[in-house]
Design a protein around this ligand. Structure first.
Ligand SMILES: Cc1cc2nc3c(=O)[nH]c(=O)nc-3n(C[C@H](O)[C@H](O)[C@H](O)COP(=O)(O)OP(=O)(O)OC[C@H]3O[C@@H](n4cnc5c(N)ncnc54)[C@H](O)[C@@H]3O)c2cc1C
Length: 453
């Protein structure tokens, strides 16, 4: 395979930036990640990733991709204390009517579906991802390095201008990838190059997490590592308890539309007590709190349609939250970044095998990235629009989709193979279209007709 260039540069050294750098390392002699924060060499979060104070589920689709990029990743996570979970058995939902093994409350018995991943803090995941990425001989990280602008010539990106302010230098690169997160400066940089900003789809979910950590009591009951709480809309309150490394319970309470979980200790516990099931409150009531209580408001999910831009500079791409920032409650962001990184890998492989140029990469990349983003975006939007207060552009066919899903839910109760497929889609291991294909779709449609009759 031919190399595609001497140097590739990545803006941002968080989850998406690290995965992008791993992919680029196969195709470029040198890869540099520019990260504005100073990073500690241990499993903690950094200034620009405050979202790591809140529960961070790595869906199994994401863990599969990271393990493809870094063989043995799951075992290493486990050595560092991550907790193993099995799909269908170790993630439970509590609603007013009790415990279940499906989001809808329909499956009442545990069924080991044959696969599963790990639960850990966001700090631990990012630490190990960074460690493995920087073990690659041709990848380097520059910390405290703020990318201020893109260097460009004749509509093609030629490198970066890297600060901090007052000492900006130009770094040449054959390909630049922006993994700068939700606050990515790319729309501004494109404007400076004479390109219009991308169209944006916004869903105003008005969501907030309030979170803290508890020491798991020595005499704690044997509970599943992932415990989720809530009730269907119009109830806006929910929460999650995740067992993470070092005998810690990470707890996030969730609310919408102004009903946010409070940040004072009494208010936090009172909110936990108000959930439709007492299970969470009973677990943490007497547990020792070992962290501050922090809140993260998330006004809207944002999808930037770079794939719709009629013109786009050559040798510049984006990945991760810089393209799409999801309502965090569904745990999709990191896995979506992984899916995009895999698209990048596929396209770069095709080019390297054909010794093809990078000039036309953007249109193919953004089209395929939009395809893989469509599954998590549609799943999340379908749930968010179940609340009448949610504002924004609804995905097409929502009403029919909801009826289809109701019948599918009934089928998965009877048939573990259907449940496995549903879980694989929700864990982003397969596209949403997998649920609409025969022979399954014939069974679902027959049930819908039966229900209508
Ligand atoms: C409250 C909350 C909870 C979440 N929970 C989950 C979950 O359970 N599961 C899940 O999969 N996802 C979750 N997410 C989403 C997840 O955090 C992101 O999808 C994930 O971090 C990938 O983001 P990223 O790497 O694209 O951007 P970020 O993680 O935001 O990182 C961007 C990085 O770029 C750097 N940077 C930005 N601009 C520059 C610049 N100009 N120069 C240099 N560096 C720059 C920043 O310092 C930062 O390190 C959650 C998000 C929130 C807000």
């Amino acid at each position: 395979m031919t190399r595609l260039g001497a140097h590739a540069a990545v803006v941002g050294g968080s989850i998406a930036g690290l995965m992008a750098a791993r992919v680029l390392s196969e195709f470029f002699e040198q890869v540099t990640i520019f990260e504005r924060d100073q990073l500690e060499d241990r499993p903690v979060i950094h200034k620009s990733t405050p979202q790591g104070n809140h529960v961070h589920a790595l869906l199994y689709g994401g863990e599969q991709i990271i393990s493809e990029f870094f063989p043995g990743f799951g075992a290493e996570l486990e050595q560092l204390g991550a907790i193993r979970w099995r799909a269908g058995r170790d993630a439970v939902w509590y609603r007013a009517d009790g415990k279940s093994y499906s989001l809808t409350g329909s499956i009442r018995e545990p069924r080991d579906l044959g696969f599963g991943g790990h639960v850990m803090s966001r700090g631990l995941l990012e630490y190990l991802l960074r460690k493995r990425t920087l073990e690659l001989a041709n990848v380097r990280l520059e910390q405290g390095a703020i990318v201020e602008a893109l260097a460009h010539r004749d509509g093609s990106v030629t490198g970066l201008r890297v600060g901090p302010d007052g000492a900006t230098r130009e770094v040449p690169a054959d390909l630049v990838i922006d993994a700068g997160g939700r606050g990515s400066r790319a729309p501004r940089w494109l404007g400076e190059m004479g390109f219009a900003p991308p169209e944006v789809t916004t869903i105003e979910v008005d969501f907030a997490y309030t979170s803290t950590r508890f020491r798991k009591p020595a005499d704690a009951p044997q509970v599943e590592p992932i415990i989720l709480f809530g009730a269907p809309p119009p109830n806006v309150r929910g929460g999650g308890l995740f067992e993470i490394e070092n005998g810690v319970w990470h707890v996030s309470l969730a609310g919408r539309f102004g009903d946010y979980p409070p940040t004072d200790p009494d208010g936090f516990m009172e909110f936990a007590r108000s959930l439709p099931s007492p299970a969470l409150y009973e677990l943490i009531r007497d547990a020792e709190r070992i962290a501050d209580i922090s809140q993260h408001r998330f006004p809207s999910s944002i999808l930037r349609h770079y794939e719709r831009m009629p013109r786009f500079p050559a040798r510049f791409l984006l990945v991760g939250d810089a393209i799409c920032s999801f309502n965090p409650v569904y745990g999709q962001g990191m896995t979506s970044a992984g899916l995009q990184a895999r698209v990048l890998q596929t396209l770069l492989r095709e080019r390297a095998e054909r010794s093809a140029a990078l000039e036309d990469l953007a249109s193919a990349y953004f089209a395929r990235a939009a395809d893989v983003i469509a599954t998590p975006w549609t799943l999340a939007a379908n749930f968010d629009f179940a609340y009448p207060q949610t504002r924004g552009e609804r995905p097409p066919g929502m009403e029919q989709g909801a009826r289809y899903f109701l019948a599918l839910d009934a089928l998965q109760v009877q048939d573990p193979e259907v449940q496995r497929l549903v879980v694989e889609v929700f864990q982003l291991m397969r596209p949403l279209s997998a649920l609409w294909q025969p022979p399954l779709s014939n069974r679902v449609l027959a049930l819908m007709q039966g229900n209508d009759a």
